[in-house]
Design a protein around this ligand. Sequence first.
Ligand SMILES: C[S@@+](CC[C@H](N)C(=O)[O-])C[C@H]1O[C@@H](n2cnc3c(N)ncnc32)[C@H](O)[C@@H]1O
Length: 329
Amino acid sequence: MISHFYHHLHNFWPLLEQDKAFKTWLRQLPERLSEALDPDGHGHLPRFQTALQAAARLPQAERVHLNQPAITATGTLDKEEQPILIEAARKLMPWRKGPYQLFDLYIDSEWRSDIKWARISTHLPDLTGQRILDVGCGSGYHLWRMRGVGARMVVGIDPTLLFLAQFLLVRHLLGEHPVWFLPLALEQLPEPVNGAFDLVFSMGVLYHRRSPMDHLLQLKAQLKPGGTLVLETLVVPDDFGQLLVPQGRYAQMKNVWFIPSVAELSRWLTRCGYRRIRHVDTTPTTAEEQRATDWSKGQSLNDFLDPRDPSRTVEGYPAPLRATVLAEK
Ligand SMILES: C[S@@+](CC[C@H](N)C(=O)[O-])C[C@H]1O[C@@H](n2cnc3c(N)ncnc32)[C@H](O)[C@@H]1O
């Protein structure tokens, strides 16, 4: 796993050297990455390692499709190779974000991440040639979609090593693309000199942060002046009031701290110095978008809603509603 990870960065470092903004990244990343990948801190690393080592014997796809609902690697695997792929992917369960079509294997993840992308991408500026950071990128599904519409450099960060392992499996099959994954939380990411990214995405992360203002400021520090923040998060309906602070779990999640209304979220963004704040979408989460599958067993949305009143969570809060807001630095 660790060697696969460093191998995928071989053409990342030279790129950082070309831009002074990344001076801080070049200086601080090596130590932060080696701390994040410390084998003593992660009991599951050997399992991930076995999966990736087995997958290393598989060929690269003949063709890739990054611009359709399933991130797709096409080609042929021989009779021995197909079970190796299935076994490796199974070792990396649960697959929360996807879907992926890897040769004949369809990984139907818990979340149809393509539905979120369809909802958000129509509101985005042209991504051709852009440098993008996706904070909390999960398995990296949206990184591939961003590359699929022409982004020049796509960096995903997520502290969950299972998601890094899933990304590395997919990347091995898709081949080299200007798409990289750093196993870091935003707070651990060095701040570039005067910002480095044309766009920064934070989707599904803000409500997990105990200090949402710090999160918004840290996102801003990664953006170039004039760059665009794409913020997607849980919100409460306007008639609920300003803000929900769950007193315990929210939709069975333990780590949900703040769920603002869209108006309140806009005020947070203004307070943090963002300009041109535009609310572009609000959509309730449905069981079409989030459900248990063979690749992510266990509970999912339907178990988190009150069976007598699906407009409420099992805890009695408003059911998940997600908004997307764009803003500029
Ligand atoms: C709900 S998922 C969203 C995944 C993806 N962005 C999407 O919208 O489908 C939240 C992700 O954020 C990651 N995460 C949580 N705290 C984070 C932090 N402080 N910095 C970066 N990622 C974080 C989690 O590991 C998880 O993969």
